[in-house]
Design a protein around this ligand. Sequence first.
Ligand code: FE
Length: 205
Amino acid sequence: MAQVDGSAFFKIGYGLYVVTTHDGRRDNGMICNTVVQVTGSPARVAVTISKSNYTHDTVRRTGRMNVCTIAETAAFPLFELYGFRSGRDADKLAGVEVTRSENGLAVIANDCNSFFSLEVESYVDLDTHGMFVCRVIEAKTLSDAPTMTYAYYHANVKPKPKPAAGRKKGFVCEICGYVYEGEELPPDFVCPICKHPASDFRPLE
Ligand code: FE
């Protein structure tokens, strides 16, 4: 019988991006790996965002966003800043030096090698997520640094869990490296650092 092997999904190649928005009050940014160019002429990019993210609601309302391509030169604090809390309660860009694209949205120039300014053309409701199919209205290369892939992030950027010696059984968050100690991970567990669900944890070796 056909089976869906969950680990196969880790073999899909992804880049990593900061998606910036403005909700009318302040700038916001989130980390995203589901960005893909879908047509060339006119240039369109599809960005898929969890409905639990504040950015999803902001883009639904405002119809625009910037996608900034994270370079390998970026370090873990970038992911902590944009990835591990919500723009609903935190002013993530407070004190961050940004440049602006022509649409007025923030560009995270220091840690990114390109950006795209997008306008939403259509929306696909995917139950837990929404896919925004967007027209590219501005795009620019910022540096020649290589793009950070999800695999590069896992291998080189995410903090390594401490060595197993003397540690109890547990589960490690694939996203941020947080370790839950215990025999069994509760199915409704949510990572206290990055807010990802139990499905993003794997048993410690
Ligand atoms: Fe986590």
